[in-house]
Design a protein around this ligand. Structure first.
Ligand code: ADP
Ligand code: MN
Ligand code: MN
Ligand code: MN
Ligand code: MN
Length: 366
């Protein structure tokens, strides 16, 4: 039978559509608050009704949730606060409904352990005069409900890597519907999504967000991740941000961070790029610790020096070399200005942590 029920999300979407067409009262806005949970990798969300259309996050009420159910608090003192920080259009509920990105604070108003936005924002304010731009390439893997890659044979493996990257055709790429729905939904929401492509491992995909200045990089990427999980849920498919979902000669997943300052983008900016690379070379371990939610443990499985990665133990830099920690794109070397690419961040890295450490090392000399 086509459309066989394989999981609980496979309810009848045609019936759902009947209810979603019900007119919504003009003076009611559904605001879905989205936040990072205690894993530092997954997002949670809940919705409330607001009786005005919010123009800025500060107009929205501070809210709270049960942090003991998100690995963020003890049961006996479980309220965690949600502070709205950015507003997006809601591609799922449409109309005046909104997605509200929040950061999280404990009972004593201190940021929770997984709230890295707070200190990232401090760094971005200090570095504002450098006009730091970021573009992150988010790689991810689609998984079926048995947590095996989506579209892979159930009792074996697809043929070796080679035909899949930017591939076209039913035996080359798996799950394009999700990718296209996500792209459109992210654009609608107001995320600065700039592209997408199929990756080297089948069922692995990438989208890019950027260039974004300062704190917006983390905000837009987290909201893009929320939208991706939510779109995939509609299709009954799971998204994994694990940096090495399949062992062996299958490419892992990263979140390359492209970075520039105003000076790097100007004539002869290459000199500034080289200065930044020199500073980065002296802080390799500090960066590796900030490039996944487990201080390098997750990335250890990915940064092996094989499958287009550098070794986690060494710092290296090169023009057009995808086996380096830092790559200077060919076009940047030719034009002698532009940006650098830090290839080390894992796919499950927190963009607030990544962009903060990049700015502290290269701009603030910390
Ligand atoms: P790759 O060749 O590594 O696959 P992509 O095309 O996937 O590169 O991604 C390049 C990223 O670099 C995009 O997210 C883009 O927004 C970003 N980018 C482009 N120019 C700059 C810049 N001057 N500063 C920072 N990021 C930039
Ligand atoms: Mn309740
Ligand atoms: Mn890319
Ligand atoms: Mn890629
Ligand atoms: Mn890249």
């Amino acid at each position: 039978m086509a459309g066989l029920m394989t999981n609980a999300s496979a309810t009848n979407k045609a019936v759902l559509d009947r209810y979603m067409r019900l007119p919504q009262p003009d003076d009611k806005v559904m605001a879905t608050y989205v936040w990072i949970d205690g894993t530092g990798e997954y997002v949670r969300a809940k919705t409330r009704t607001i009786d005005f259309i919010p123009k800025s996050p500060s107009e929205l009420p501070i809210w709270n949730y049960d942090g003991s159910s998100t690995y963020q608090a003890e049961g006996s003192n479980s309220d965690v606060y949600l502070y709205p920080v950015a507003i997006y259009r809601d591609p799922f509920c449409l109309g005046n409904n909104r997605l509200v990105l929040c950061d999280t604070y404990k009972y004593n108003k201190r940021p929770t352990e997984s709230n890295h936005r707070n200190s990232c924002l401090e760094a971005m304010k200090l570095a504002a005069e450098y006009e730091p731009w970021f573009g992150i390439e988010q790689e991810y893997t689609l998984l079926d409900n048995d947590l095996h890659p989506f579209g892979w044979p159930k009792n074996g493996f697809p043929g070796p890597q080679g035909p899949y990257y930017c591939g076209v055709g039913a035996n080359k790429v798996f799950g394009r519907d999700i990718v296209e729905a996500h792209y459109r939904a992210a654009l609608y929401a107001g995320v600065n999504i700039s592209g997408t492509n199929a990756e080297v491992m089948p069922a692995q995909w990438e989208f890019q967000v950027g260039p974004c200045e300062g704190i917006t990089m983390g905000d837009d990427l987290w909201m893009a991740r929320y939208i991706l999980h939510r779109v995939a849920e509609d299709f009954g498919v799971n998204v994994s941000l694990d940096p090495k979902p399949m062992k062996g000669e299958w490419n892992g997943a990263g979140a390359h961070c492209n970075f520039s300052t105003k000076a790097m983008r100007e004539e002869n900016g290459i000199a500034e790029i080289e200065k930044a690379i020199e500073k980065l070379s002296r802080c390799h371990v500090k960066h590796i610790k900030a490039y996944d939610p487990h201080e390098g443990k997750d990335n250890e499985r990915r940064l092996t020096g094989r499958c287009e990665t550098s070794s986690i133990h060494d710092f290296s830099a090169g023009v057009a070399n995808r086996g380096c920690s830092i790559r200077v794109p060919r076009g940047v070397a030719e034009e002698r200005k532009g940006y650098l690419e830090d290839r080390r961040p894992a796919s499950n890295s927190d963009p607030y942590q990544v962009t903060e450490v990049v700015v502290r090392t290269t701009c603030l000399d910390q």
